[in-house]
Design a protein around this ligand. Structure first.
Ligand code: FE2
Ligand code: FE2
Length: 194
């Protein structure tokens, strides 16, 4: 199958668009978290945004390297999510998108790529699906803790670490202000259980 006429080319373009948008949404959410003094959540979201941009780059590069038609534009038709960027709702929505990508979209794109004879691209779709699965787990853990207001407390004593200075205490609730560096609670590391 000639890449230029393949469904895989179109799927790569759709995947690229989806990854760019996920990267943008996570940056919006990171900003929202920071404005709400949730600095560590902001750091997590920025890391996820970085992952999405790396996925976007990989998909983009496949098109650049393989498309001999070089006619520039690729027309795609796809539905993309436009959801509220406030944290309360967006964490859960993002987890659902990640889950859907990892269990439905990317495995399906991988199958098409394999059938069309692009085994490297098929493999990449599956590798990205694995990452999106971890994103889904992290975002869903975060969404639950956020909703239950249990970001900084625990029924059992557990270790809290300041992401700024490394100060550590094992107890049921984190400090309001770090006793070592005075940074606020939002800098306390959040354990997503991975
Ligand atoms: Fe991604
Ligand atoms: Fe992701």
């Amino acid at each position: 199958m000639e890449f230029s006429n393949s469904k895989t080319k179109e799927n790569l373009a759709r995947a690229f668009a989806a990854e760019c948008q996920a990267g943008a949404r996570y940056q919006f959410m990171a900003k929202d978290a920071k404005q709400n003094q949730l600095n560590y959540i902001s750091t997590i979201l920025k890391q996820l945004a970085k992952n999405e941009m790396a996925h976007a780059k990989t998909f983009y590069q496949y098109i650049i390297d393989n498309d001999k038609s070089k006619n520039g534009n690729i027309n795609i038709e796809a539905g993309y999510p436009f959801k509220q960027s406030e944290l309360a709702t967006s964490l859960k929505a993002a987890a659902e998108v990640e889950e859907y990508e990892s269990t439905n979209i990317y495995p399906a794109f991988a199958k098409v790529a394999k059938d069309e004879g692009f085994s490297d691209i098929a493999k990449t779709f599956l590798l990205v699906a694995e990452v999106e699965k971890t994103h889904a787990q992290k975002l869903s853990a975060l969404a639950q803790m956020y909703a239950k207001k249990s970001l900084y407390k625990s029924s059992e004593a557990k270790q809290f670490v300041c992401s700024n200075c490394g100060h550590t205490e094992t107890k049921k609730a984190a400090w309001q202000t770090c006793p070592l560096c005075d940074y606020p609670q939002g800098y306390v590391q959040i354990d997503l259980g991975q």
